[in-house]
Design a protein around this ligand. Structure first.
Ligand SMILES: *Cc1c(COP(=O)(O)O)cnc(C)c1O
Length: 392
């Protein structure tokens, strides 16, 4: 048993991030300033988009994407039932009516055929989520959006490094929304980014992210002299600070190295966890890059004498932090009531909700730690096998 709890989604920050934050603090410019600008430029370059706008979260990015696109009350926005609540909350906050679609049982990604059946004359936008870093079927989704004139938004919170047929995640629709929350593939503590090639949308997002003050209003205290601003819309307070961007600039440089380490851990788990009552995550699809954000096996309930929640508890007792990504949105009482939805409409997301669990995949983990995670999981599962259904 290790002396320390293995924290789920532990970030890997090192001296570069720490000294940049200290430099920022000592520069006396800790708010939105030169480091945010630099981070935006680096991110846009990385993503091959014309614009990248740094925000204080991905949730803010999803919200502002909808508002910038003019989506609001009376409009419908389609998204997946198998995602984090923030995706759906952003739609609700825009005033639009969310419409949820079931996912595939094996990829956890939205089913485009089912998506098409939900399109009505009120549908204005689609938000896809590249689950765990596996790209959605973007050929089908892009052509659906084109055919029906829908705004496509990619929730890339899991999918910073993902690519599909040679194209980066976050470049398929009008907007890509990224998260730099602590557990994500790169972090700024809290933070997010919107990518777009559309200048008008980029300008709107910038204005809405800072109180609705006219463009460049945040430069008003610079050494170029005081500038008056006009409030052109009742905006929000969604801007990123230089303290956060200080981390982001260096996290971005380490993205590939961290990705390689997570792939290594992912492949190690694949080898170690075979022949157990688990359905392991699918390999990366051909001509795509998987971001390896989450390792999400499904517990084969019919072969074991414990539930997924009991498994989580057993892992916790072994000092292993595990997660659940996710209890589908339809499992939450508020959404059931507010949207009038129930489990029967989402059989695959329902199936996953009872069986999925996520084990640590942080690049911070040592070989000994991942060995320990796999060995512990194996031990727990082997002692819980149903005798009649022993797997070999
Ligand atoms: C983390 C996450 C978000 C929210 O990101 P924040 O930066 O915390 O707002 C949105 N969607 C998905 C799928 C996520 O995993």
């Amino acid at each position: 048993m290790p002396s320390d709890f293995i924290v789920f989604g532990q970030p890997q920050l090192s001296d570069e991030e720490i000294s940049e934050v200290v430099l920022t603090l000592k520069s006396n410019w800790i708010g939105t300033g030169p480091r945010v600008k630099k981070f935006e430029q680096l991110f846009a370059e990385y993503k091959t988009t014309k614009y990248a706008i740094a925000l204080n979260s991905c949730t803010a990015g999803l919200h502002l994407s909808l508002l910038a696109a003019g989506i609001g009350p009376g409009d419908e926005v389609i998204t997946t039932d198998m995602t984090f609540c923030a995706t759906l909350n952003a739609v609700i906050h825009s005033g639009a009516t969310p419409v949820l679609v079931d996912c595939f049982a094996d990829t956890f990604n939205i089913n485009p055929q089912e998506l098409e059946t939900k399109i009505t004359s009120k549908t204005k936008a689609v938000i896809v989520v590249h689950f765990a870093g596996r790209m959605c079927d973007m050929d089908s989704i892009q052509s659906l959006c084109k055919k029906h004139g829908l705004i496509l938004i990619e929730d890339c919170a899991h999918a910073i490094e993902s690519e599909y047929h040679g194209k980066m995640s976050g470049t398929f629709g009008v907007f890509g929304a990224f998260s730099f929350y602590v557990t994500k593939n790169m972090t700024t503590g809290e933070g997010g980014m919107i990518t777009t090639d559309n200048q008008e949308m980029a300008d709107k997002i910038k204005i809405l992210a800072l109180h609705g003050m006219s463009k460049d209003a945040w430069n008003r205290f610079s050494d170029e002299g005081y500038k008056h601003y006009q409030v052109v819309a009742p905006g929000f307070k969604y801007n990123m600070m230089d303290i956060q961007a200080a981390m982001g600039i260096h996290q971005l440089k380490k993205l590939e190295r961290h990705w390689i380490r997570r792939r290594e851990i992912w492949e190690f788990y694949n080898r170690q966890l075979q022949d157990l009552p688990l359905t392991l995550p699918l390999d990366a699809e051909k001509k795509t890059k998987h971001a390896y954000h989450l390792y999400t096996p499904l517990l084969q309930l019919e072969h074991v004498r414990l539930t997924r929640d009991q498994l989580l508890q057993a892992l916790c007792e072994k000092k292993i932090g595990a997660g659940v990504h996710y209890m589908a949105l339809h499992r939450h009482l508020y959404y059931q009531k507010a949207l009038g939805i129930s489990a029967q409409q989402f059989p695959h997301a329902e199936f996953i909700s009872d069986r999925t669990f996520s084990i640590p995949l942080s690049p911070y983990l040592s070989d000994d730690q991942i060995d320990y995670v796999a060995a512990s999981l194996k031990k727990i599962l082997l002692r819980s096998l149903r005798p009649s259904k022993a797997v070999c």
